[in-house]
Design a protein around this ligand. Structure first.
Ligand SMILES: [Zn+2]
Length: 416
């Protein structure tokens, strides 16, 4: 996950949220992060790569909220598809004015369904009137079940119950444990004290190799690009990176900015609930466009992107995004603009042919709510496997008292 580019982010600086750990995904488990992940060894302090102190407390607290988001998302999709199955895809009938329980079902159906469609581009069930096929109206569509619903379920079952993760995942705070050992120097991990180009002959391509003393055996050497500047690490190499998953190591790295509560201003989202500013009414789509834009600019409405109106990032959302990379081996999908065209940007990357960092054109990735929504609009198959779409849906389902189907908090739809 990267810090959204300045053009798309309104940066305001307020105090960071006080973290709470009052909701536990597993009964009786004080925290599900520590039993689940192996923490990188080392001697303490984020500068050494080990998660300790406030960094660790923030990661633990935000991880609990990530679990609650995943659970909410799974339960709401299950509600939606159960209701669809009961009604051949029509959803609960519009209730009579005084029938309380059906009203709640009806409102929940609309909130969940419309938000789902806005982030994944299509209903997860067969509708009446869909082209005929082996499935009947109301049936759960396999791809939605497999790629969306089951991801949340896997997070809850495999990563939130306080048991070791099935793949022994590692959590690392910054990549400061890695040092670039230049050709001509001794390999610090070699008991015979040979030079790095002897133990790692391939490293002459980039004039050295990355070495971490404390990563698990087998993951201590890496042939990534050499540091841009001295002091740079191999994983958090992009200054905008908050967190990075290295899949071959099954490791989640929280980068320096990702541990900084001036960037991740929202560590837990539960204490945010009463600060959300919803619209006073539901806006109609076209006529109210200008009014909505103005209200958003003035900070009178709370967007999914900045739930706390601080313009900072939300740590549990970053967690859920990274869990998607970790569990499903996803990559961030290429972004499209409002009309469906690819967005090209300039990035600075190492070119192994010239042994230099160089600017070149690349595709923008679908980060942030606006690009997640645009992706869903134009390529719903990619949206279903894009970590950002999955993370925002979890956030929207967590705050179930609001309708987030347009990207900001609105009152739930009422049957009228
Ligand atoms: Zn990502």
């Amino acid at each position: 996950m990267v810090f959204i580019s300045p053009q798309r982010t309104l940066l305001l600086f307020l105090t960071a949220g006080i973290f709470q750990t009052n909701a536990f995904p597993a009964d009786g488990a004080p925290n599900s992060l520590l039993p689940t992940f192996t923490l990188l060894g080392g001697n303490g302090g984020s500068e050494t790569g080990r998660c300790t102190g406030t960094d660790l407390e923030n990661l633990k607290a935000s991880y609990e909220d990530m679990c609650l988001m995943a659970r909410s998302a799974r339960d709401e999709i299950d509600f939606l598809t159960q209701q669809a199955a009961l009604t051949e895809g029509d959803g609960p009938p519009k209730p009579a004015d005084n029938a309380q329980v059906p009203v709640d079902n009806w409102k929940r159906w609309h909130r969940t369904r419309e938000t789902y469609v806005s982030l994944f581009g299509a209903d997860p069930f067969v509708k009446r009137g869909d082209p005929p096929g082996p499935k009947n109206p109301g049936d759960f569509i396999d791809g939605h079940k497999r790629f969306v619903r089951n991801f949340y379920d896997d997070v809850v079952n495999q990563y939130c119950g306080g048991a070791p993760a099935p793949d022994k995942s590692t959590l690392v705070c910054t990549d400061a444990d890695f040092k670039f050992i230049q050709v001509g120097n001794v390999d610090p991990g070699d008991p015979q004290g040979r030079n790095i180009e002897v133990t790692n002959p391939q490293c002459t391509n980039i004039d050295g190799v990355w070495y971490s003393q404390n990563m698990p055996p087998g993951n201590q050497y890496d042939n990534r690009a050499p540091p841009r500047e001295s002091g740079d690490g191999p994983v958090c190499d992009d200054p905008n990176h908050l967190a990075v998953v290295v899949r071959k190591w099954r490791a989640v790295f929280f980068c320096k900015d990702g541990l900084d509560t001036n960037v991740h201003k929202v560590v837990t989202i539960q204490d945010v609930r009463d600060k959300i500013k919803p619209a006073s009414r539901r806006y109609k789509k076209l006529e109210d466009h200008e009014i909505v834009l103005q209200a958003l600019t003035m900070g009178q409405l709370t967007r999914l992107d900045d739930v706390k109106r601080v313009g900072g990032e939300i740590m549990p959302v970053t967690w859920l995004h990274e869990m998607h990379h970790l569990l499903t081996r996803s990559t961030d999908e290429k972004a499209v603009d409002k009309t469906g065209n690819r967005i090209r940007i300039t990035i600075n990357e190492y070119n192994s042919a010239t042994n230099q960092y160089e600017d070149h054109e690349a595709d923008e990735k679908a980060y942030g709510y606006d690009l997640a929504r645009d992706l869903a609009l134009h390529n719903h198959v990619n949206a279903m496997v894009n970590p950002e779409n999955v993370a925002f849906f979890g956030l929207a389902m967590f705050f179930s008292e609001f309708d987030w189907s347009r990207g900001f908090a609105m009152p739930l739809k009422e049957p009228k």
